[in-house]
Ligand binder design. Structure first.
Ligand code: I6G
Length: 684
């Protein structure tokens, strides 16, 4: 200890470090957060402040030292002193029974004398972590099993990897293996942010995790929601060895590692078949992707007796669920036209079964993605389907490319209306210039107009809109309100009662709000938040329609691109006619909404980040908007407050940096209730 460090500071550092490590343990290992995120962040900030004042107190295992410098010469080669082997696979109950029979024959015991330790197989990347005298000293990828890449700096940024083992006694040497993965919710948040920032989206959580670990700059890994789950001890001092694998996993938890909360110890082949079936049923409900289950003989003495065959242990097997990836061929590429004319290339595939579903289409996103994949018509490709995500093409098998493979070319004319296709050099997307003359854009614009967050027309689904446009009964939004029940009842599968219900729903939808109406118009780049901001700022549609570019860019969070879209939209005669026509058929909005400027949160911009537990994000957003606030996807100096739930990422850091008020969910709810009560009081 330095002589100039006061004892109180020394004690405070020790307490902060212990408390931060305990908080990590409760959060990542026990899945039972002990303190709110903002309290964690406050303690971390305090520790950073002290370490800045007293640099001699900084240690490599301090929670402040997770993000270090990038490796100077790329990732070094790391030779695994115990090879990182792969596991044999089983694809059916018969193959699982055959595995248990091989084991019981070799050990000369009965099937149900055997005990297995079972866990789900995470769809991530295997890594090895080495601890010397309790300190994390090296992390590496699996590589070819013998030589991997040293990615220590990136792995140090994962809070579920302890920098120092917990407890008073630990082995001199410990090598732990496990999987680095990204949760589904973390992946969604990451892609949501990428979408907000206009950067490339990740195809799936595994690719996102792999891409994050491959970056040389540890700041990238630190900003990604990566997690580690331990599954094996490769090396440990004898004194710490246990008699069975499940006890060793419990020991790892004591050392501070997360292990699978699904870990189960079962008996015989029926036990493991049962486990695999249960995992298969639960697969879609878990917050992380799994591609099967791993089943290990629990007794470590028996594991040693069984040994290895070629490159896999005889004592373990991976049960694989039906593959989420399959190989197929691109037969053709069609171009779909969206609401704003955006063209999306869709690969027409040779139909293939992927995880029990026939897949014949996969999105190719845009021409940049086609170039990135180097995809051509005729190519063999790997398609992937995970959960309810649209099937994606993960990779082109260029070695299988036939001689007559054809390049995918952006059409010059819209495949639906024949108008020219435009592609601005600064935009990724190509667009049909046909506007609402294009039937595809018309259908999509009507679907948007009727959607839940727009005019919320109950019973007017996508198929019905397609049918109405194809029959030319409807071409503008106002036409919807001229539909008669008797005519609608002529449509197949729409009886008289449903037709009458739809007409009533249309009648109800006529009474809307100004923000909803602006959003429903489908101005390119005008989402709900922007529509709210416009309604609050201008107070009336007439003022918005006549707003100049300068007036528009003066509104917080409206940049020049959005302003240009708004101005262009309202300059076009057919859009102004469409608005007039809607008012003529009786669409109205209440004056109360127009006077949003007098509401308690009017003029304020709020940001929601992380997961909310007591309500959905939509609900939180709706309650804020109802109080007059604008809800934005990014933090700026103009942000009034940030609501941060568990898993909050860079937005939280940015808010701290900008000195913006940060609320946890409980405080947020209290605040909402207080404002809502005030509103109720003043209205009565
Ligand atoms: O690749 C793996 C995934 C999961 C494994 C594994 C595992 O246990 C849950 N266990 C071993 C022993 C190996 N690979 C070699």
């Amino acid at each position: 200890m330095s002589s100039r460090v006061p004892d109180a500071i020394y004690d405070e550092v020790r307490t902060l470090r212990t408390d931060l490590e305990d908080a990590n343990y409760r959060y990542y290992v026990e899945d039972d957060p002990a303190i709110p995120d903002i309290e964690y962040d406050r303690m971390l900030r305090r520790l950073q402040e002290i370490e800045a004042d007293y640099p001699e107190l900084v240690t490599a295992d301090s929670p402040t030292q997770r993000v270090g410098a990038p490796p100077a010469e790329g990732f070094p080669e790391v030779r695994h002193s115990v090879a990182m082997l792969s596991l044999d696979n089983a694809f059916s109950d018969e193959e699982l029974r055959a595995f248990v029979k091989r084991v019981s024959d070799k050990l000369e015991c009965a099937d149900d004398d055997l005990t297995f330790c079972c866990e789900p197989k995470l769809d991530g990347l295997a890594v090895s972590l080495i601890y010397e005298n309790g300190l994390f000293v090296q992390g590496a990828t699996r590589g070819d099993g013998r030589i991997g890449e040293g990615i220590t700096a990136n792995l140090r940024t994962l809070k579920s990897i302890p920098l120092k083992l917990r407890g008073d006694s630990f082995p001199e040497l410990l090598e732990v293996r496990g999987e680095v993965y990204m949760s589904r919710s973390g992946f969604e948040r990451l892609n949501e942010k990428a979408r907000d920032e206009g950067s490339k989206l990740f195809a799936n959580p595994r690719n996102a995790a792999a891409g994050s670990l491959r970056q040389l700059d540890p700041n990238v890994a630190a900003s990604r929601p990566l997690e580690f789950c331990a599954y094996q001890v490769a090396r440990i001092d004898d004194a710490y060895l246990e008699s069975c694998h499940s006890a060793l996993m419990a020991r790892l938890r004591d050392f501070g590692f997360r292990s699978s909360p699904e870990l189960s110890v079962v008996k015989g082949s029926e036990g493991i078949i049962d486990f695999c079936e249960r995992m298969g049923q639960r697969r879609e409900t878990l917050d992380y992707d799994i591609d099967g289950a791993v089943l290990k003989v629990d007794d470590l003495r028996l594991q040693r007796e069984l040994g290895f065959v070629s490159r896999a242990p005889r004592w373990a097997i991976a049960f694989k669920f039906p593959a989420q990836e399959q190989t197929t061929v691109i037969n053709d590429v069609a171009f779909q036209v969206g609401r704003t004319g955006r063209l999306t290339p869709v690969a027409k595939l040779e139909p293939v079964q992927v995880a029990g579903v026939t897949v014949s289409n996969a999105t190719l996103h845009n021409m940049d993605e086609i170039a990135r994949l180097d995809a051509r018509i005729g190519d063999s490709v790997i398609v992937r389907r995970a959960g309810d995500v649209i099937p994606q093409i993960v990779r082109v098998l260029s070695e299988k490319r036939p001689d007559d493979a054809r390049e995918i070319v952006l059409p010059e004319h819209c495949p639906v209306c024949g108008a020219t296709i435009e592609k601005l050099s600064e935009e990724v997307d190509a667009r049909c210039s046909g506007g609402l003359y294009c039937a595809a854009q018309r259908k999509e614009a009507l679907k948007h107009f009727a959607s839940r967050r727009a005019l919320d027309i109950d019973g007017l689904g996508d198929k019905l809109i397609d049918a109405l446009v194809e029959r030319e009964w409807v071409s503008t939004p106002a036409d919807l309100f001229r539909l008669e029940a008797a005519k609608l009842a002529e449509l197949p599968r729409l009886g008289e009662k449903s037709a009458a219900n739809l007409v009533s729903a249309l009648e109800r939808a006529k009474r809307t709000t100004l923000p909803r109406f602006i959003y429903a118009l489908g101005v390119p780049e005008v989402g709900e938040a922007t529509a709210n901001a416009l309604a609050t700022h201008f107070g009336s549609l007439a003022r918005l329609m006549d707003a100049s570019h300068e007036e528009l860019i003066a509104i917080p969070d409206i940049g020049p691109v959005v302003a240009a879209h708004i101005a262009t939209f309202f300059q076009q005669a057919h859009n102004r006619e469409s608005v007039d026509d809607l008012m003529a058929v009786g669409v109205t909005w209440s004056e109360v909404e127009v006077s949003a400027r007098e509401q308690p949160l009017s003029g304020q911009t709020w940001v929601l980040t992380g997961t909310l537990e007591a309500m959905t994000r939509d609900e939180a957003k709706a309650r804020l908007v109802a109080l007059g606030a604008k809800v934005s996807g990014s933090v700026s100096k103009k942000t009034h407050a940030v609501v941060a739930g568990p898993g909050a990422g860079s937005k939280l850091a940015k808010a701290e940096e900008a000195g913006v008020e940060i609320l946890d969910e409980a405080t947020f709810i209290d605040r909402l209730k207080a404002f809502e009560n005030d509103e109720g009081d003043s209205a009565s």
